[in-house]
Design a protein around this ligand. Sequence first.
Ligand code: S3P
Length: 441
Amino acid sequence: MEFSLTDTLKIEKITERTIRPVRNMLGTLRLPGDKSISHRYAMLSAMAEGSSRFHNFSTGADCASSLSCMAQLGAKVTRSGDSVEVQGCAGTFTPPGAVLDCGNSGSTMRMLTGLLAAQAGAFTLEGDASLNRRPMERVRKPLLEMGASIHLKDGHAPVEIEGAKLHGIAYRTPVPSAQVKTALLFAGLQAEGTTTVSEAVRTRDHGELALRAFGAEVTRSSDSVSIEGGQPLTGIEATIPGDLSSAAFFLCAGALFPDSNLVFDQLGLNPTRATLLDVLNSLGARISVLNLEEKNGELVGTVQLTAPREGLGATTISGALAAQLIDELPVLAVIAPYTRQGIRIRDARELRVKESDRIALVAANLRAMGAEVEEFEDGLDVRGGQQLHGADIDSGGDHRIAMAFAVAALRATGECRIHGADAVAISFPEFFDLLDLVAER
Ligand code: S3P
């Protein structure tokens, strides 16, 4: 294996960061590659025949976990910064004889479980303490229906897979989850017959688009997606669009200051991911999209954000919107005190089983900053018109909590100290440097 996490990622180990208030946010950013797309390209290129080359691959530790698992399974992975080359295994992985370490990455563990369920041999997947607490039954159950042999410990990792012959099924996901949908499509690619996944809420469709980019035929109806087993994949060359969920922290921060002007070049604008732009627009921010083009089925464009002089209004996020905005909800919740009428979030129970209990941590940290917050089992009510003060923030080791509260700190009075700030390296190691670049003090 020529790939090494420490050689290539240079993750700074900073456990505490002090964030001071700013006047506004100005500048142009090109963000590292989308995490969801990078995971899928890492896995499918390893499965494919021939070599693949990626530019602007995610720099986060999560996608590095996917790459190192694929290298352990026999793919030849060569990385130089954000360029990655993968020599695929042409459909057959080699059981590594050691545990596959998924780190903090739920995407790696769930999607790899689908990819390996039909492969010959035994595979064990484990993660860090946070990942080992997260629910895995949601992926095991449908795979068992397909004929897989998978064991968990009380619904959690370690995930022990004994490769089996799979057959296609029709499955409706009880909890909207793109990770589960993708895992089933990856298993379906290797199953006999057709696998159909239907969902009540259309979750992100990067799995479907990536399969097509690598040459598989995937058919879609309004609420389902199907794949025929036994299709070969062929390596591709691709530039991965900037990660909209990383841009979310800057978009929300920019929306707080009337003189802000932020431009994001080559940002991923897949419609199943871009709901945040509509929400910010409905809160009063002005958003323009330019140079829209399609690359490997994914929409990419330039986004400009300016903020309203009168401040942000109010919004409610519930139902399908909550599922589509799941990764953006923490940062939306923390800007809510600075809106005029607040933000109400419901139907977001899934936030409790992410890298941390994001509902509890958002509520506790907002209260530490002096905010009034009402916590519900499936969401939060955060009143508008509140001025927050500096405080000690606990990231809980969760990258999105660390970044969300760095944003909250930008309009607080006094300084915030973010403890566990190094967690940002999970998805966005450059976060604090880019924040310094665009923050005007
Ligand atoms: C992801 C799907 C979402 C999201 C996660 C990435 C993906 O999780 O929260 O950060 O790449 O498919 P679920 O599908 O479990 O909701």
